[in-house]
Design a protein around this ligand. Structure first.
Ligand code: UDX
Length: 467
């Protein structure tokens, strides 16, 4: 009998990364792979507490915690990312050196921003494949940073934020300075977060392949650019839709690191079709109290129904329940519903949802596209600035309101999305949703690419393991 491939999957320890890489783990398990999924102690405990992760997979799945001392706590603070990378280098790297040789591993699938794992794989001559959880477009804009610096377009000049950039090939017509990933907008290019993301991205071609959570019909022109430098790209997305297609189910199990509040679903059940705007800023982004109030007034003044994910740590430095103004409270009681954390995919798929006010994280964006829900984009950091530009300017599936935070703009945008321009945005989003579904079903581009990935990993099993 042929031996089973064994892959170690190692995501960056944030919700968005864990979510999509766990979906890949599930897809590989369905093809009879043994999978070890490496996470921080905190993520390990949260997954066990809030999901059915162990029962969902067969016996070939192993959830492995890294040693203590690596944490996402403080990642939103100054130097937070550098501190996290310091602990990954000093704790995770030596752990991998010990762990991998004792695990009879076929291949390592590592988050593309964890190059310390590639160092270890190379030391022991183990094949490695990268997974970037961001869009192809934002990956490509990170990749082109050295060319932007060489052309003098980085660091960005304050008065040049609206000028288009010339050195991100394939985006010359529409990518402005303000649409670059947030790390690239630093005035000081010695900034450690900027250096980490630049160097880690640039070394991508050292891996045997690059997996992207996207599909050809969505990002084809940019994928052609990427394929000039990374010869082996597997577009297998949207992974959540792919998993649903393979399991022939309407919704997949949650990978939430927080307890989901299901009560919002009953509230949605009582609302008319396409009448509710869903509001979520993802798992990491925070708002100042001033920003929170602008959004709150904007939502209430728009006079639309809304469902808002108000994470307990959403407001930077404040308790959420601090001094809520009476008029906001009344407006929320009349038209709104708030929850700490929700079953996001199910919410977006609900017939009552007509629009999504989002921070443009890539998972959120893909989940919205797959359900045909138009978006208002208010990006915060990292890849989100690029994603929102594509939604607003390239795919024209919604409005990009980056770098503004004004209750009137918010209210006007919500009304435009939900009423005045809903037809045009919905038409485009629904068309892309049908292409997304085609991609993951038999014969589709993502379906074929996942098959190719599976075959390629099987072929990495050393000959002496076959009997
Ligand atoms: C960040 C980046 O912004 C993102 O682009 C990158 O790919 C991963 O890191 P995050 O800010 O958390 O991620 O956003 P996003 O990618 O949208 O991921 C959030 C995830 O949390 C989504 O998969 C969403 O389904 C889930 N979610 C969100 C819930 O399950 N419940 C909620 O209430 C809100």
């Amino acid at each position: 009998m042929d031996p089973l491939p064994h892959v170690i999957i190692f995501p960056f320890p944030a919700q968005g990364h864990v979510n999509s890489m766990l979906k890949l783990a599930h897809l590989l398990s369905l093809s009879n792979f043994d999978v070890t999924f490496l996470v921080t102690v905190d993520t390990h405990d949260r997954l066990l507490n809030h999901t059915d992760v162990l029962s969902r997979f067969g016996t070939g799945f192993h959830l492995q915690a890294l040693p203590h001392g690596i944490s996402m706590d403080g990642v939103n603070t100054r130097d937070g990312i550098s501190m996290l990378y310091y602990s990954l280098n000093t704790i995770a790297k030596p752990f991998l050196r010990e762990f991998i040789p004792n695990s009879s591993v076929t291949c390592l699938i590592v988050d593309g921003i964890l190059s310390m794992a590639a160092d270890v794989a190379e030391e022991i001559n183990l094949p490695i494949i990268y997974f970037r959880t961001v869009s192809a477009s934002s990956f490509w804009s990170y990749f082109c940073i050295p060319e932007l610096i060489q052309a003098g377009e980085l660091p960005l000049k304050e008065n040049a934020k609206d000028l288009t950039l010339t050195k991100v090939k394939g985006m010359e017509d529409f990518l402005r300075g303000r649409d670059l990933p947030s790390f690239c907008q630093a005035s000081d290019l010695t900034n450690p977060d900027f250096r980490i993301v630049m160097t880690d991205t640039r070394q991508t071609p050292r891996a045997r392949g690059l997996i992207l959570n996207t599909f050809e019909d969505l990002e084809g022109p940019i994928l052609s650019q990427i394929r000039m430098v990374c010869l082996n790209v597997y577009t297998i997305g949207a992974v959540h839709a792919h998993l649903k297609a393979k399991l022939a189910t309407k919704s997949t199990s949650s990978n939430s690191l927080w307890q989901e509040d299901e009560s919002c679903m009953s509230w949605l059940d009582t609302q008319p079709p396409k009448s509710v705007i869903y509001v979520s800023f993802g798992s990491v982004a925070g708002l100042t109290k001033e920003e929170l109030l602008e959004f709150w007034y904007g939502l209430v003044n728009s006079e639309q129904k809304f469902l808002w994910v108000m994470r307990p740590d959403l407001i930077i430095g404040h308790e959420r329940k601090d001094e809520i103004l009476v008029e906001l409270e009344q407006g929320t009681k009349a038209r709104g519903y708030m929850a700490d954390w929700v079953p996001h995919e199910k919410v977006l798929a609900h017939r009552a949802i007509g629009g999504f006010l989002t921070h443009s994280g890539w998972n959120s964006t893909l989940e919205s596209i797959v359900e045909g829900v138009p978006m208002i984009c208010w990006p915060r950091f990292a890849d989100q600035q690029v994603n929102s530009r594509f939604v607003g300017e390239v795919w024209k599936m919604g409005l990009d309101i980056k770098d503004t935070c004004d209750r009137d703009i918010i209210a006007i945008s919500i009304r435009a999305l939900m009423e005045k321009r809903n037809g045009e945005f919905s038409q485009r989003t629904e068309h892309m949703a049908s292409l997304a579904k085609k991609a993951v079903n038999e014969g589709g581009s993502s379906y074929i690419n996942l098959d190719r990935l599976i075959q390629d990993i099987r072929s990495m099993i050393p000959p002496h393991k076959h009997t």
